[in-house]
Design a protein around this ligand. Structure first.
Ligand SMILES: *Cc1c(COP(=O)(O)O)cnc(C)c1O
Length: 356
């Protein structure tokens, strides 16, 4: 297989240093360490420390590891929702979270907002039966995002509810004020630039309190059980040790999140400007106030989308398919930190050569 660059928004292009990290892990015996051993405890502690430091996560928040973002939908529904959750969504991932919650807690509902709409909580009334609010920081399916200002207004409007945020395609890419919500999670195959099969959970003291007071312990991934284990820097199951190790190395090597965020914003603005000069291709989302900084879905005639996907693949450039209702009419470009400048330049050259 020829070397290619993947612009797929998950699983996505991984950091180019990974082969080196993997080899180090092999040489040091990390691939075979026991998850109850001292070596693992030290690795876990170090990784959590780096996550807090590099992503600006408050010191009193608790970080845990799970297997996927999908699993986190269920962890929240099982361990944090008392009577019901309410989900605001405008795309496939937010909707799926609501549906997964509903399977576990019947009184889990939601409200759909428009892709071009800037969600406001000003006129929203929520019954007291909804003790958990679910939001999606960056909707990977359609390339929209919630701003810190919007998350803050939700916090101020509903100070007594627990707020959960699916941060899968934002965490480690977007500068985030974690004090604005209680249960954040992301799988690592998006902005972290790592292989799939692990998720990071970030819990506020308020979420820990709720999990402990409900004290539901019926599952291997029931939060109270996970909280007990992470107190000793351990997990309830044999974790993805190689991914934790590579996460630690990637974090060690990464810039502060403010700098990463600024770089991605610059790159995204470049992409938007770039496509203004390509006839027949335009951003799916017109409203720049809600447009994502990490995922860019582009709209074109179906035949053109097909042609773009076919010939880009031949050129060693993998583009993301459209998602759900936009499957045929869009393609997506991930703007994640691990993509090297070289890949971006090759993709730009590709569009200039073939579509201008
Ligand atoms: C990719 C994605 C998921 C699903 O992640 P898995 O690791 O496959 O469970 C969930 N939510 C969002 C917003 C995503 O982008």
């Amino acid at each position: 297989m020829k070397k290619s660059f993947s612009f797929y928004p998950g699983p996505s292009q991984v950091h180019s240093e990974l082969p080196e990290y993997f080899k180090d892990a092999y040489d040091k015996g990390i691939l075979s360490i026991n998850h109850r051993s001292d070596e693992f405890v030290k690795l876990c502690q170090k990784t959590i420390h780096l996550l807090k430091q590099k992503l600006n996560i408050p010191e009193d928040y608790t970080i845990m590891f799970a297997s996927s973002a999908t699993e986190c939908w269920e962890i929240a529904a099982q361990s944090l929702v008392e009577n019901g959750s309410f989900h605001f969504y405008n795309g496939a991932f937010g909707q799926k979270w609501m549906e997964y919650s509903h399977n576990i807690t019947e009184n889990s509902k939601g409200a759909k907002f428009d892709v071009e709409e800037k969600l406001s909580f000003d006129d929203v009334e929520l019954g007291q039966e909804y003790d958990f609010i679910g939001l999606t920081q960056n909707e990977t399916s359609n390339g929209t995002q919630l701003s810190m200002e919007q998350l803050k207004s939700c916090r101020l409007k509903f100070p007594d509810r627990l707020i959960g945020v699916d941060a899968t395609s934002a965490m480690a890419g977007v500068e985030t004020d974690y004090s604005l919500a209680d249960f954040w999670y992301a799988s690592v195959q998006k902005c972290f630039g790592l292989p799939a099969g692990m998720a990071v959970i970030v819990c506020s003291p308020k979420a820990i309190e709720r999990a402990e007071s409900l004290d539901i312990r019926g599952r291997y991934n029931s939060l109270p059980f996970m909280i007990d284990m992470i107190g000793d820097f351990q997990t309830t199951f044999t974790p993805n040790v190689i991914n934790i190790y590579m996460l630690m190395r990637v974090l060690k090597n990464s810039e502060e999140i403010g700098e990463v965020d600024a770089k991605l914003e610059g790159r995204m603005n470049n992409w938007i400007n770039f496509f203004e000069n390509i006839d027949g291709i335009e951003p799916l989302v017109e409203n720049s106030e809600v447009r994502s900084m990490t995922v860019l879905p582009l709209r074109a005639e179906e035949e053109m989308v097909e042609r773009i996907k076919a010939i880009s693949k031949e050129a060693g450039l993998v583009l993301g398919n459209g998602y759900g209702q936009w499957k045929q009419s869009t393609f997506r470009i991930a703007n994640f930190p691990a993509m090297p400048e070289k890949g971006i330049n090759l993709l730009k050259d590709f569009f200039v050569e073939n579509f201008t």
